[in-house]
Ligand binder design. Structure first.
Ligand code: 9WN
Length: 418
């Protein structure tokens, strides 16, 4: 299996960067690459750095690291560069994705130091500066009012495209588009496992709106019809910030360390305020309606990667997670099985994702819930051993679904099976 996992990464290598899977996703994706870099760090440190370096080729002058870098043309994915209409040196999308980058950089750096690589400090430093610029962008572009929570302006930014968490907010977005929609995904995998056409109409409506803003953060913020201060995004950003603080110390960068420490304080304070004891989970905030996002999804537990919760909170979270796992062959489902929105095969509305489990297990372990962390990791590894390196899994059967030979599932296997 270890060899097979490496073979998946080799097969999806397009020259220093890895596509998530052939045809369905033929470009470099932001958070996929961060996970992949951690997988590479186990057996090829140079290639691990390369993955992050190639992603940074797509970084914008304002600091944003886009969600897709279109290094080479392909006609097997929609929406391609012509729809985004951005103006970076290399074609990229105009939105971002969860900043796992900082976490990955620490991981790769530690592996490089442990291996005694002489280039570790220089390569880490260049990537650290890129990461710091992107964290500054997050705070200024996506938390302009200083809530200590960063917002997504598009469901694709969350990485959990059609999650029930976005249903109410997305219903307010008109389904009309000026761009002609030519979906390719449903030609690669069963449409019953993908977001619906209506979701795509709204996804593209949002792209049309932001393209008309010239992709300028302040203009987008002012007109965004979809704006959610997201606990998953903020949790990941806060965690990556902590990992950058660790690197700033390792590299002897005192000014940067202090700057990151103040970001970290703001984000962890913001996150802590999103705990809802009656629900036993954290909730995102819809900035258009002013309401809490009630849908029970995996995002609600993601703050554990960044926060040290108290004993009562931890007990409540553990009980709630165990409730979601009851009767499941593999967990954690991306939507609570008791929710009406639960669909065990439809993308982010129920299926289990290996990289989500990776982060959740990490957060649980960091908070001392060792047994539950191990259980989630082992069930992920077993699902992959039974069904292969699939994009995601049906929690009720363990069946592998979506694209196959998936890069981040291979990376998760390499890391979680150790
Ligand atoms: C849009 C690549 C990406 C993942 C996301 C996943 C899916 C894209 C799509 O694929 O999103 O970014 O076209 O469906 O939802 O998490 O990064 O694997």
């Amino acid at each position: 299996m270890d060899e097979a996992a490496r073979a998946v990464l080799a097969r999806n290598d397009r020259g220093g960067y890895t596509v998530p899977t052939d045809r369905l996703y033929p470009f470099q994706w932001n958070w996929d690459s961060a996970f992949v870099a951690m997988g590479f760090a186990i057996f090829d440190i140079d290639r691990a750095y390369r993955e992050l370096e190639r992603l940074v080729e797509g970084q914008w002058d304002d600091g944003m690291i886009p969600h897709i870098v279109f290094h080479a043309p392909s006609d097997t994915y929609f929406p391609g560069p012509e729809v985004w209409g951005t103006r970076h040196r290399i074609a990229t999308s105009g939105i971002t994705q969860p900043p796992v980058f900082g976490m990955a950089l620490r991981h790769v750096h530690d592996a490089a130091v442990a291996a005694g690589r002489p280039d570790a400090a220089d390569r880490t430093l260049a990537l650290f500066q890129a990461a710091l610029r992107s964290h500054r962008w997050w705070l200024s572009a996506r938390d302009p009012h200083g809530l200590g929570l960063v917002s997504i302006l598009h469901p694709w930014e969350s990485g959990s495209d059609n999650s029930p968490a976005w249903d109410e907010a997305l219903a307010r977005v008109p389904p009309t588009t000026t761009t002609a929609i030519r979906r390719k995904d449903t030609g690669h995998v069963d449409p019953a496992m993908r977001p619906r056409d209506e979701d795509y109409q709204r996804f593209i409506h949002l792209v049309d709106v932001y393209r008309d803003c010239g992709w300028e953060p302040a203009r987008q913020w002012a007109v965004a019809p979809f704006k959610i201060a997201d606990v998953q995004m903020t949790g990941i950003l806060a965690r990556s910030t902590a990992d950058l603080i660790y690197l700033a110390e390792a590299l002897g960068l005192e000014g940067e360390r202090a700057e990151l420490a103040s970001m970290h304080h703001a984000l962890t304070t913001g996150l802590a305020g999103r705990w809802r004891p009656d629900l036993a989970r954290f909730v995102s905030l819809d900035l258009v309606s002013g309401e809490d996002v009630g849908a029970p999804t995996q995002a609600c537990f993601m703050p554990l990667v960044a926060l040290h919760v108290d004993h009562t909170q931890l007990q409540a979270v553990e009980a709630e997670i165990k409730r979601w796992l009851e009767g499941m062959v593999v967990g954690l489902p991306s939507t609570a099985p008791y929710s009406q929105a639960f669909e065990p095969k439809r993308y982010w509305r129920g299926p289990v994702w290996a990289v989500v489990n990776w982060l959740l297990a990490d957060g649980l372990r960091m908070n001392g819930a060792l047994e539950l962390a191990r259980q989630i990791e082992q069930s992920t590894v077993s699902a992959i051993e039974r069904s292969g390196f699939c994009e995601y899994f049906d929690p009720t059967t363990g069946e592998g679904l979506g694209g196959d030979a998936f890069s981040w599932t291979a990376a998760a296997y390499l890391v979680l099976s150790r």
